[in-house]
Design a protein around this ligand. Structure first.
Ligand SMILES: C[S@@+](CC[C@H](N)C(=O)[O-])C[C@H]1O[C@@H](n2cnc3c(N)ncnc32)[C@H](O)[C@@H]1O
Length: 249
């Protein structure tokens, strides 16, 4: 039986529980957002998208990379699912999207239906985003826009991106990834950024502020980073309407 962690935030269970375990295709439940949502979550302007060198950590099957590339932006995405082929990811989308959709219908009271107004609209947005991702995937891999890497370690040199993002991965999966993982991942994101790191949301899967937020803020402060919690234009998971901005420069 497929187990989806958090209906709107399908991840995987096995490798979340055990960091040494290899990600297996049968545990991947692809579900991705689009550029419009990324812009609202991270308060990104058109100018940001076209002028900044951006890294998305855990972009999965979202269409963020595809759509920023359409705008001639400079975008790199890393994710464990990029070790799989286009056909493998497509087959998981085919196998799992109806299960995720069904769970969403059951749990629709957990979400705010303002920007996106119905479950059908949401499913349509997600399937379109993943279709765009799939169509772009082979090309994007060749162009090294989709790279198989996994936090907490990145292969990039220091300070090579302007902005480094995490959407619906860090903090959200606090139950499955511990404080050490969060600390190491966020410091690694700061290492490769020369300007700013942004993380959204700050809630965990139970819709409460991640237990790791305060300790992380202390650690970052002790290392001399300026941090700000900023209200965003995006709220779909109830209460998830803030991002953490870490100024690296
Ligand atoms: C809920 S999805 C979010 C996808 C996308 N960011 C979005 O907002 O639509 C979480 C993503 O985190 C990825 N992920 C899991 N473990 C990771 C790790 N160690 N490093 C980077 N990404 C990871 C998953 O493969 C998945 O694509």
């Amino acid at each position: 039986m497929l187990r989806v962690i958090g209906v709107e935030c399908s991840l995987i269970n096995s490798y979340a529980h055990n960091k040494d375990l290899k990600v297996k295709l049968e545990n991947v439940v692809p579900w991705g957002r689009n550029l419009e949502e990324y812009k609202k979550m991270f308060l990104l302007s058109q100018k940001d998208l076209q002028s900044k060198k951006i890294l998305g950590c855990g972009d999965g099957p979202s269409s963020f990379n595809f759509e920023v590339t359409q705008l001639q932006g400079d975008i790199t995405s890393i994710d464990p699912i990029y070790q799989f082929t286009k056909d493998e990811i497509q087959s998981r989308i085919d196998e799992t999207s109806s299960v995720v959709s069904e769970q969403l219908r059951k749990n629709q009271n957990d979400f705010i239906w303002k920007g996106i107004q119905s479950v059908d609209e949401l499913i349509n947005i997600r399937l379109t985003a993943m279709k765009n991702f799939i169509n772009d995937y082979k090309n994007g891999k060749k162009e090294k826009r989709y790279i198989h890497q996994e936090l907490p370690k990145l292969s990039f040199e220091n300070d090579i991106f302007d902005v480094v993002l995490s959407s619906h991965f860090l903090f959200l999966y606090s139950e499955y990834f511990d404080l050490q993982f969060h600390t190491d991942s966020i410091l690694e994101m700061c290492r490769v950024s020369k300007d700013e790191v942004k993380i959204f949301p700050l809630l965990d899967l139970k819709n409460k502020k991640s237990d790791y937020l305060e300790p992380i803020l202390k650690i970052l402060k002790a290392k001399g980073f300026e941090t700000n919690i900023i209200k965003t234009d995006y709220e779909f998971q109830k209460g998830a309407n803030e991002l953490l901005s870490i100024k690296v420069a």
